[in-house]
Design a protein around this ligand. Structure first.
Ligand SMILES: Cc1cc2nc3c(=O)[nH]c(=O)nc-3n(C[C@H](O)[C@H](O)[C@H](O)COP(=O)(O)O)c2cc1C
Length: 202
């Protein structure tokens, strides 16, 4: 099977991407509006970029009508956000925060989650999440501006907070963190069958 992305319709192209780029980690992003209202939403087009300085990125696309998502509007305006890590325990609440609530409605309240003041940025973290990456905006790369148009939000991690129960010998074990991954459709993955493969030495 050969596929030309330019000849596929948008839904099929998106469907193909989320089925082959999988499982994806989930950035559960909390932000504040300029008026100080909290917002929370998951983004699985998310990855780390480098550790010097510690830098991560996620990609909020525009919605089907071409409107910017609330997270992007807030990050553009306030230049700060927190990436909370979604785990097995918080999966249902995380999913609830992906609902398309009107701007200004707090997903914290809708999903029964607790805002926890951050250490170095203004947006609160999610108390129920065991790891918080507090970020300052470095750059937004706009890929396209129409319906489902892409944006890459690049942030520098200025503070990391880890639940003491997960921090063992200076590291976090996946067996303790229990992160979840997003697959295609409404499918998620657990890290229940991980295996070790040391890098080859030459
Ligand atoms: C697990 C999961 C991952 C998601 N990943 C993305 C993503 O990478 N990019 C995106 O634009 N929307 C993604 N969404 C959809 C957004 O979470 C959803 O549009 C949300 O309403 C945006 O909220 P906001 O308008 O408050 O920013 C994802 C949803 C779920 C459940």
């Amino acid at each position: 099977m050969d596929l030309d992305p330019g000849a596929m319709d948008l839904a099929d192209r998106y469907g193909l991407m989320i089925s082959v780029i999988a499982p994806r980690p989930i950035a559960w992003v909390s932000t504040l509006s300029p008026e100080g209202l909290t917002n929370l939403a998951p983004f699985s087009f998310f990855t780390g970029i480098c550790a010097e300085p510690m830098t991560i990125c996620f990609a909020p696309v525009r919605n089907r009508r071409g409107r910017k998502k609330d997270t992007l509007v807030n990050v553009e305006a306030t230049r700060q956000f927190v990436v909370n890590i979604a785990t097995e325990e918080t999966a249902r609440a995380m999913n609830q925060t992906s609902a398309d609530y009107p701007y200004g409605v707090s997903e914290f309240a809708k999903a029964g989650l607790t805002p926890l003041p951050s250490v170095k940025v203004r947006p609160p973290a999610v108390r129920e999440s065991p790891v918080h990456l507090e970020c300052e905006l470095l750059q937004i790369v706009t890929i396209s501006e129409g319906p489902l148009g892409g944006n890459l939000v690049i942030g520098r991690v200025v503070h990391v907070r880890v639940d003491d129960r997960l921090w063992k010998d200076g590291r976090i074990r996946h067996q303790d963190l229990k992160p979840i991954g997003r697959m295609e459709g409404a499918w998620y993955a657990r890290v229940a069958d991980a295996f070790e493969l040391p890098r080859p030495k030459v």
